[in-house]
Each structure stands twice: as structure tokens, then as C-alpha cells.
Ligand binder design. Structure first.
Ligand code: SF4
Length: 370
């Protein structure tokens, strides 16, 4: 790459940034805790969606020590709706590590920051440059797109050896006198100007030296290799309920380790990888699993469709009322023990962390049944 082209690139995006940057709360600070929080929230999440979460976290946990002192359920509940819950668990684990092992002092260098759970190259570069002015170039999806288009790099960005090349190029381009501004500029440029679909190249200040523009490669770049196949899952949830005086109780399951919903609560589930045949009989199916009889099916929900990154979930919920006779009471106890279910009062459901899919179902019930 020519020196001139590199210089033109860095200077142009910095001046573009000064005129076009959005006013975002985490840009007004050099506090590493706030920057870290915003970066973790914004991984896989758009700014408009992430902003209220950032504000809620800062309001409830203004310091890393306060985040560390919270229990995991509370952290997950605040995270609810953002998805990729391992981010929240890692955030919490790293806050505890900083609070307990580092005396509450946020690490100050790229390599120390990278030791935090859930922090990779990109996040460590963002925090160390924004908070401590370390010359570490960020490379995220926006950066791959801008660099591959402007320099016309026709290499698959999902391959490790190519990612290394991109990182080296980014490190060559960074303005060492103002690394934080340069990094913010290239990310903002990718988010607002050189956008994935149909960027408006007519108003782009990089256009005269942009290889993708010149060679009509804009739609082709960046090259992303094979797309991951999205699979369908068909989920039948059984909501076991019983009445005790004027209280209604329900059985929930805490999702275990290694699960995408680890630490969140849902109901007893029978799941299929294939579309179930017509005439699926929930009670019969349940009998096979649980050897349970004489249970009253009190409600069948609509089918909820929920999109995850690599899966489309179709979920239906069946409410089963467990009667207060002795036999049914025994079923309740057996269910709890056999499937490790927890008994929770219906009115306390909003206090526990749960996947968005479960919240959608509860909202639907509220609108249609209560
Ligand atoms: S000219 Fe178009 S493709 Fe090239 S950097 Fe600008 S917006 Fe991106």
C-alpha cells in the first residue's frame, strides 16, 4: 500500500469524523469501566438497542466494584433482551476479578486488559486506546469492511491468516498522535458512511482513491466465506401450575452450564429438530416422558417465532394445571426432583432472568388472558 494512500485514508476519516460523529454517552469519558461496559454491550448489538442497557447498567452499577458486588441473577435480569448472555456472565466475572484481585483498579494496558474474561483483541484495543491513549488499532466488522473496500482487499475475512493481515494494515494506518480519535473515526465511518448495503459513495470523502468504487467491487467486499446455515428448532414448553390458597405457583428450570441461556429460567421443554407432524398430542408426548396422567391442559398458546443468530425457534406453550389431590401433589414433587425444576410464585416471574422468548410468552398471556 502506498504511503500517500495510507496518509490520505487516515487524515480523511479523522476530518470526516469531526464533522459527522454521533454524540454517544461513552464518547465523553476516558473512564475504562464505562468504555468497557459500552463495548461489551455493543458487541452484536446496534447502538440504538444498546443505549438504554448502557444507561441502566451505569445507573445501577456506577463502578466496577458495584457491578462485582451484584449477584449474577440481577446482572442477567438487567441484561435480559440483549441476547448472547455469556457476555453478561463474563462481564460479571471480570468485574469480580478486578474488584478482588486487582484492588478495584482497572488494568491499564492492552495486554493486561486482554486478560479479562470476554475481552478479545478488538475490545482490548478499544479500551486501551480510548481510555489510555495506547496505540492499538481496532479491527471489528466495520473496520474490515472499510479497509477491504478502500484498499480493494479480496481476501476472506473469516480466515485467521487474513485477519492477521488486516490487523497489521490497521496498525500501520493508525494515527499514533491521536489513536483514540482515529479508532473512533474508522468505526464511525463504517457505521454511518461505508455501510454494508448500498453506501452513498457519491458523498464519500474517500471516493477518489477508493479501489472498490473504482473497480465496482462494493457489493462483493468484504468477502465473508461460507455463511453459517440457520437451523429450525421446534420447542414444546410445558408450564406446570398449581394453586395454593390465593397463590399460583409454577415450575421453572434454570438452564445449565454451557447452554446459550445459561443462568436464565424457562419451563420444562420437549424439543424437536424436525417439524412435528400434524396432530401432535402434548399430553401423550408428556406421558411418555414423565409417566404423568390425569393432568388438566388449561391453555395452549399460539406458536412464537424467535430468531437467534444461527437458529430459528418455533415455540408453543401448554399450561398444565396440577390438582391439589394427593396423587397430583406427588407428581409435582416428582417433577421437581427428577427434572431439577424450581417452584416460583407466578407473580414473582418478572423478578427472575429469562430468555426473550419466555418474556414474549408472558407478555402474550398478559394481553390475552388477564
Ligand atoms: S467510496 Fe463507497 S465503498 Fe469506498 S469507502 Fe466510500 S462509501 Fe465505502
Amino acid at each position: 500500500m502506498s504511503e500517500n494512500k495510507n496518509k490520505f485514508f487516515s487524515q480523511t476519516i479523522i476530518s470526516w469524523y469531526h464533522q459527522n460523529k454521533r454524540d454517544l454517552p461513552w464518547r465523553d469519558t476516558q473512564n475504562p469501566y464505562k468504555i468497557w461496559l459500552s463495548e461489551i454491550i455493543l458487541q452484536q448489538t446496534r447502538v440504538v438497542q444498546g443505549m438504554p442497557y448502557y444507561e441502566k447498567f451505569i445507573e445501577n452499577f456506577p463502578t466496577v466494584q458495584q457491578l462485582a458486588a451484584a449477584d449474577e441473577q440481577t446482572v442477567l435480569r438487567f441484561w435480559q433482551g440483549l441476547g448472547y448472555y455469556s457476555r453478561a456472565r463474563n462481564l460479571h466475572a471480570a468485574a469480580k476479578y478486578i474488584s478482588n484481585d486487582l484492588n478495584g483498579i482497572f488494568p491499564k494496558t492492552y495486554s493486561e486488559i486482554k486478560k479479562l474474561k470476554g475481552v478479545g483483541d478488538y475490545t482490548a484495543a478499544a479500551i486501551s486506546s480510548f481510555a489510555f491513549d495506547e496505540v492499538q488499532a481496532v479491527v471489528d466488522g466495520n473496520v474490515y469492511r472499510v479497509l477491504s473496500r478502500f484498499f480493494g482487499i479480496e481476501k476472506d475475512i473469516t480466515e485467521t491468516k487474513n485477519q492477521k493481515e488486516f490487523r497489521e494494515l490497521a496498525q500501520n494506518l493508525i494515527d499514533a498522535t491521536q489513536p483514540a480519535i482515529y479508532n473512533q473515526a474508522i468505526m464511525e465511518f463504517g457505521a454511518l458512511q461505508c455501510v454494508p448495503k448500498s453506501p452513498n459513495c457519491q458523498v464519500c470523502p474517500l471516493q477518489k482513491k477508493c479501489t472498490a468504487f473504482e473497480k465496482k467491487l462494493i457489493e462483493k467486499l468484504p468477502i465473508k466465506g461460507k455463511k453459517t446455515k440457520v437451523t429450525d428448532r421446534f420447542m414444546h414448553y410445558f408450564v406446570f401450575k398449581k394453586r395454593e390458597g390465593n397463590k399460583e405457583k409454577v415450575l421453572l428450570r434454570k438452564r445449565g452450564e454451557g447452554d446459550i441461556w445459561q443462568g436464565l429460567y424457562d419451563f420444562f421443554l420437549i424439543e424437536f429438530q424436525h417439524k412435528d407432524k400434524k396432530g401432535f398430542e402434548p399430553l401423550k408426548e408428556l406421558e411418555q416422558y414423565l409417566e404423568i396422567e390425569n393432568t388438566k391442559l388449561t391453555h395452549e398458546s399460539i406458536i412464537f417465532k424467535h430468531q437467534l443468530s444461527h437458529r430459528t425457534l418455533y415455540a408453543k406453550f401448554y399450561t398444565l394445571e396440577i390438582m391439589s389431590n394427593e396423587k397430583q401433589f406427588l407428581y409435582w414433587q416428582t417433577l421437581k426432583a427428577k427434572y431439577d425444576l424450581e417452584e416460583i410464585e407466578w407473580q414473582n416471574l418478572d423478578k427472575i432472568p429469562k430468555p426473550v422468548l419466555i418474556s414474549k410468552y408472558l407478555d402474550y398471556l398478559e394481553q390475552h388472558l388477564f
